[in-house]
Design a protein around this ligand. Structure first.
Ligand code: XMP
Length: 516
């Protein structure tokens, strides 16, 4: 295992990504974690970049015990400065931040740079080294910076000013591989999804023990389905999945997901049809945040009631429900362990977050070490349907925040049918995986149209499609016109109550992905 100590750079998680892609396991922890608290013995350590200045008061530093481990250390950007600061080099503040591509000169042979031929790297720093620590060799420089890479081969300490983890450093992955595979001696390919499945099933069995039972909510999305399948493989019917039909899921979604989960994946699933209850509570409500709150709270209410019923059944067998399954992914974990602390942008959407407080259950999170694409790869190995694995994310409040204004059963029908056609055509055009998220929103306005000899006065559908990697920023998708034409004509012809279609050409920011 490689230990990444995170000083809060916006790229830290990419270091983890690159190492995992090499088939090597790594964990990212806060930079100031106590080494005695780390549960594994790292074979190498990477110090990430960060927004601080090493000499600044209050700037973060690693536990000195890091240096006693005597394992190879690679410092990136701030990590390099941390090395210099500890080992007696000098760091200076630059007048100007260096940001962007730079060409480096490799001036001395180095195991870290073995086989690299491309001199372009990505820089993003304010401070830089003005003197290397004693015993360190200069390996690379640029025209403006004489200490771009330094190393002490004997102590196996390496520092680089640039960021090998970003794709703008074309040979960055090779450099990282040189460190983790070459210098730290970890075989690449040892960490794979296949080995993950086996170890995770064992881990779940150990945590849950021979008799305890587990419940969890499933939505039909990839995360909850993969998590549920792992639980099912580990403990069979002692895992109880609950799917709540809130009446604002996509057309046929609930049925299709329950067939997949129950019949194909063999998961012990209860579907609660609560559509009328949700829609009843949403009657007359137009404020988006109120809709979210109503749906979130009602979900918790229903889930708890269903859990209580299950609990009663389980108790009859002399057993107990002790755990709640959650599909937390690694980015959420990183967000909460990062030195920066939980960021201000953490979603307010975690529907099941509120469950824990009331239910006195212990959490079980089988995906907490995985990135989204790893979850998808896992889903493929677990033979989960490709449509489900690649499904666009869907917000907890569902179509309720895509029907602008009041959510009535009729409005939900229109939005659902339009959305279904939209997605169907996107798939037919082979664009579904290119788009990160697409949906149809129903606008709360009426427009005049003409059909045959008649005037119509009907509603407007807004089509949204975005490309994004992190959902924090997004660009609208550039559809070929003929695809838009087909979508528009099908929706207007086939969905009763719609006579107009518009395409949303707003980026995020300043718009958001959802309309509400
Ligand atoms: P916005 O609209 O904030 O959306 O740009 C960013 C991502 O978050 C999803 N989203 C939600 N997910 N509950 C959820 O579970 C919510 O209340 C919610 N609001 C937005 C949205 O679909 C997009 O993927």
């Amino acid at each position: 295992t490689i230990l990444i100590l995170d000083f809060g750079s916006q790229f830290s998680h990419l270091i983890a990504r690159r190492i995992r892609e090499l088939g090597i396991y790594c964990e990212l922890l806060a930079c100031n974690v106590k080494i005695s608290d780390v549960k594994f013995k790292p074979k190498g350590i990477i110090l990430s970049g960060g927004p601080y200045s090493v000499y600044e008061e209050g700037s973060p530093h690693v536990d000195p015990a890091v240096w006693d481990l005597k394992v190879p250390v690679l410092g990136i950007c701030y990590g390099l400065q941390e090395i210099a600061h500890t080992m007696g080099g000098k760091v200076q503040r630059c007048d100007k931040r260096e940001y962007g591509k730079a060409e480096i000169d490799i001036v001395s042979p180095s195991r870290l740079f073995a086989g690299l031929s491309h001199p372009t790297v990505w820089m993003s720093h304010g401070d830089s080294l003005s003197a290397a620590p004693a015993g360190f060799t200069v390996v690379a420089k640029t025209s403006s910076s004489p200490f771009v890479a330094v190393e002490n081969e004997e102590k196996k300490i390496y520092g680089i000013q640039f960021h090998p983890e970003v794709t703008h450093t074309p040979e960055g992955t090779m450099l990282i591989k040189n460190f983790v595979a070459g210098i730290c001696g970890i075989k690449s390919g040892g960490w794979s999804m296949n080995s993950f499945i086996d170890t995770e099933i064992e881990r779940i069995r150990t945590i849950v023990g021979p008799t305890a039972e587990v419940i969890g909510a499933v939505s039909g999305g990839v995360d909850s389905t993969v998590a549920a399948k792992l639980l099912n493989l580990a403990i069979g019917d002692r895992f109880h999945a609950i799917m709540v039909d809130n009446g604002v899921m996509r057309l046929r979604e609930c049925e299709e997901a329950s067939v997949e989960l129950r019949e194909k994946l063999g998961i012990n699933l209860t579907v609660v049809d609560a559509a009328d209850l949700f829609l009843g509570k949403l009657k007359g409500v137009t404020d988006p945040e109120k809709k979210r709150k109503i749906i979130g709270n009602t979900f918790i209410e229903i889930f708890e009631a269903e859990a209580a019923k299950l609990e009663a059944d389980v108790e009859k067998k002399g057993r107990k429900i002790e755990f709640l399954l959650q599909g937390t992914l690694y980015p959420d974990v990183i967000e909460s362990v990062s030195f920066k602390g939980p960021s201000a942008t953490i979603k307010t959407h975690h529907n099941v977050g509120g469950l824990l407080a009331n239910m006195k259950l212990k959490l079980i999170e089988p995906l907490r070490e995985l990135f989204k694409d790893e979850v998808r790869a896992l889903g493929e190995l677990l033979k989960i349907d490709a449509n489900l694995i690649w499904r666009h994310p869907f917000p907890g409040p569902g179509i309720a925040i895509r029907v602008l204004g009041e959510v009535t059963p009729e409005q939900v029908r229109i939005a659902r049918e339009a959305d279904y056609i939209y997605i169907e055509e996107i798939k037919k055009a082979g664009l579904y995986r290119k788009i990160s998220q697409a949906y149809a929103a129903l606008l709360p306005v009426k427009a005049v149209g003409v059909m045959g000899d008649h005037r119509t006065y009907e509603q407007v559908i807004a089509l949204r499609a975005v490309e994004t990697t992190d959902f924090m920023t997004a660009d609208w998708f550039e559809f070929p016109y003929d695809v838009l034409k087909k979508i528009s004509s099908r929706i207007i012809n086939e969905v009763k109550g719609v006579n107009r279609c518009v395409y949303d050409i707003s980026s995020k920011p300043p718009a958001t992905i959802e309309w509400e």
